[in-house]
Design a binder for this molecule. Structure first.
Ligand SMILES: CC(C)(COP(=O)(O)OP(=O)(O)OC[C@H]1O[C@@H](n2cnc3c(N)ncnc32)[C@H](O)[C@@H]1OP(=O)(O)O)[C@@H](O)C(=O)NCCC(=O)NCCS
Length: 329
């Protein structure tokens, strides 16, 4: 089938299909797990029963009429595209954004790709001596994201389908409360929605990262922890109490000068993380917590939220050695 036909049948721009073709070329794909093993695998990946049922219903069985030629092409080449960057840690689109309301194959195509890549990335982890518990904790972000996708009525998926390629390439690890994205000399921190961000849980996670990366990625010398997030917007200080977890998290970082993030509207990102919606009118959003009220009141007064970047050293500074004080000198 010609690329033009594939694009037309998928209902996506030609350039997106051409990009998949260019990046994946003839590179090897990876097989899906056996269907009989899928329920147990989905369970390990923290996929909830309603999402798992949908995934099983759309399973790409060899003769399944749900899987037309163009969908099979995209699934196979998307796996190859992501697999070709195994070990990579940059943001990567696995393929075009699909019209997901056309049926279960369309809805979860990139989930099937993730399941195929699970075997590949587990082998990558094993080569680096990464404990299985870390592998599964990391990969189980799939279930968390699918549940959020459902809560968001599928609005959030275009970001998630790219986000999950980090896990599938060995570019990101979940160690306790935080996730760590490899890259450069700084480990980028990400904060999953998994309960309160208590200072103790953050400190324990940072300590795990301090041991994990030198052990499993000894050739990557990390000197800083970094983060780019709405959570680091100092305007939150105007609204949240001093003892809030978000403020305590902010205090760990030295902020970098503000730079407009490419292609992201921070006001919308805040709605994503605080309300799990992207375009509900402000007067219809809940006002249950101090943060929810702050987000809405701030926007209604015509102000904006910002995604700020900050960092702090991996090794806490011990400070300059001071000579002992003697008398009045
Ligand atoms: C980061 C996160 C764990 C912080 O939650 P927390 O530990 O409860 O934070 P705080 O102690 O600072 O909370 C202060 C207040 O804000 C509320 N709050 C915090 N995060 C909230 C959220 N995402 N939605 C609604 N309310 C929230 C708390 O309930 C509390 O209000 P209350 O005293 O009226 O109950 C939470 O915001 C979250 O799960 N966010 C989603 C993931 C995310 O944003 N990641 C970063 C992506 S860049």
């Amino acid at each position: 089938m010609q690329l033009e036909d594939i694009a037309a049948r998928l209902g996506v721009p030609f350039e997106d299909v051409e990009r998949v073709h260019r990046l994946a070329g003839d590179l090897p794909s990876a097989p899906l797990p056996a269907k009989a093993d899928a329920p147990a695998l989905l369970d390990r990946l923290a996929v909830r029963p309603d999402d798992a049922a949908e995934i099983m219903a759309g399973w790409p069985d060899p003769g399944s009429p749900l899987w037309t030629e163009e969908l099979r092409w995209l699934l196979d080449r998307s796996i190859a595209l992501v697999r070709a960057d195994l070990g990579g840690h940059g943001w990567l689109l696995p393929g075009p954004e699909l019209p997901r309301d056309r049926g279960p194959a369309w809805l979860h195509l990139y989930v099937y790709a993730y399941l195929a890549l699970t075997g590949v990335v587990l082998a990558y982890h094993r080569e680096r001596g990464i404990p299985e518990t870390v592998s599964w904790a990391t990969l189980a972000d799939l279930g968390r994201n699918l549940a959020i996708d459902r809560r968001m009525h599928r609005e959030g998926w275009p970001v998630m389908q790219a986000w999950l390629t980090l896990h599938a390439r060995g570019g990101l690890y979940e160690l306790g409360r935080l996730q760590y994205q490899r890259g450069g000399t700084a480990l980028d921190l990400h904060i999953p929605e998994s309960g309160p961000l208590t200072p103790d849980a953050v400190s324990a996670s940072l300590d795990r990262a301090r041991a994990f990366f030198p052990r499993h990625f000894p050739d990557e010398p990390y000197t800083a922890f970094a983060c780019g997030s709405w959570l680091l917007d100092p305007q939150l200080l105007e609204y949240l109490p001093e003892d809030s977890n978000i403020i305590a998290f902010q205090r760990r970082f030295a902020l970098e000068p503000y730079e407009e993030p490419e292609g992201l509207d921070a006001d919308v990102e805040v709605l994503r993380f605080v309300f799990r919606t992207l375009n509900t009118p402000l007067d219809r959003l809940p006002r249950d917590t101090v943060l929810q009220r702050a987000i809405v009141d701030h926007l209604r007064s015509g102000r904006h939220w910002y995604i700020r970047r900050g960092r702090f050293p991996v090794q806490p500074e011990s400070g300059p050695a001071r000579p002992p004080r003697t008398g009045r000198s």
